[in-house]
Write a new protein. Structure first.
Length: 361
């Protein structure tokens, strides 16, 4: 019987303890962020008014019945709180998808949009705004068409990558690049032939990302989807760890990851599609957050997935707060702010000699 190395055992206990502590701290920070972010905005409301509205809606306290309707109630319950919760869901979804995409293609530069999902969503939105495609779907037809574009693009990438043999990480990247170029070309072509300055401005604003369209109907849809998909990927940490080793190594270990890769890509595309539908295009979240967690806690997806989910939620909540308060009586598109923050961080990671895909030196 093989004896356990005491030093290794102590090291495992230490790593587990640090992970649990980090998880609890991030959970506490997330709860604080939600409660704090709802107090920020252009409307000058007291903290007492804000929490009185939330307390009445959650617990129906009779002494707070004065807050069941009116301007203060509408601002807090119908605008601010859904927006904060939507930021939570979108940040979590993009971060987890970034972790999964980077494992699927074994590329540290991957994010939820590298496989053409971004361009597919943009093409769907462009067709709906410029040509009215999908207008029969109702008032949210632009977001619905963007969602459809993201999903269709993902299936197209999978189909192309499987031509001539099973899809590999390299074939997925090449297929994603090709499909992304085609979608971008069609989007530019539609913008050029319509020559509608007003619609072009609308497309441009949509691609910058915004959480201003948040409402309870969207939150009730996206939060359960994102949470369930994130829990699913957390349960798949063993396969995600194997994907980092490559197909050849995983096969020798008795694990064929071909089906898993297709399933993970489809579920990731579903999450990104919902994020795009509700918030437009927001880049860098799925790229930067996984890197930060890897640097601090390593590559084990048992730790990486939940910590990235929590940190991504906190990050996007406070980015949205900043977008609401930076400009007086105006709102900065969140995609712009995230790119301003994310691009320098990403450059630092690239030039840092102490950083590798696994966070190792």
């Amino acid at each position: 019987m093989k004896k356990t190395d005491p030093s290794q055992h102590q090291s495992n206990i230490l790593h587990t303890s640090v992970f649990i502590l980090a998880l609890l701290v991030l959970l506490a920070v997330l709860v604080f962020s939600v409660l704090a972010a709802v107090t920020f905005g252009n409307a000058d409301l007291s903290v007492r008014d804000v929490y009185s509205v939330i307390a009445y809606e959650l617990f129906h306290i009779e002494s707070l019945a004065a807050y069941k309707e009116g301007a203060v109630h509408d601002v807090v319950w119908l605008i601010r709180l859904p927006r904060v919760l939507l930021a939570l869901g979108v940040g979590m979804g993009l971060s987890v998808c970034g972790v999964v995409m980077q494992a699927i293609v074994r590329n540290p530069l991957a994010d939820p949009y590298i496989l053409g999902v971004s361009s597919g969503a943009t093409l769907g939105a462009t067709l709906s705004i410029m040509l009215g495609v999908g207008s029969f779907l109702g008032g949210n037809f632009v977001g619905i068409m963007a969602f459809a574009g993201a999903i269709v693009t993902s299936f197209a990438v999978m189909y192309i990558a499987n031509l001539g043999g099973r899809a590999t990480s390299g074939k997925l990247i090449l297929a994603g690049t090709a499909v992304s170029s085609v979608c971008s070309a069609f989007s530019s072509f539609v913008l050029y032939i319509t020559n509608d300055n007003s619609a072009t401005s609308q497309v441009t604003f949509w691609t910058m990302g915004s959480l201003a369209g948040a409402d309870w109907s969207r939150v009730r849809v996206i939060l359960p989807v994102i949470l369930l998909c994130s829990l699913f990927f957390w349960s798949q940490f063993r396969n995600l760890n194997l994907m980092l080793l490559g197909d050849e190594v995983s096969i020798t270990l008795g694990a064929d990851l071909h089906r898993a890769r297709k399933l993970y890509l489809m579920i990731s595309s579903l999450m990104v599609g919902f994020a795009v539908y509700t918030a437009g295009m927001i880049g860098f979240v799925g790229l930067i957050i996984p890197h930060v967690i890897r640097i601090l806690f390593g590559t084990d997806h048992r730790r990486l997935v939940p910590l990235a989910a929590l940190l991504g939620s906190v990050f996007l909540i406070w980015c949205d707060v900043a977008c609401r308060v930076i400009l007086e009586n105006a709102e900065l598109p969140i995609g712009i702010l995230v790119s301003i923050i994310g691009a320098p961080c990403f450059i630092y990671l690239l030039v840092s000699r102490s950083y590798g895909f696994g966070g190792g030196k």
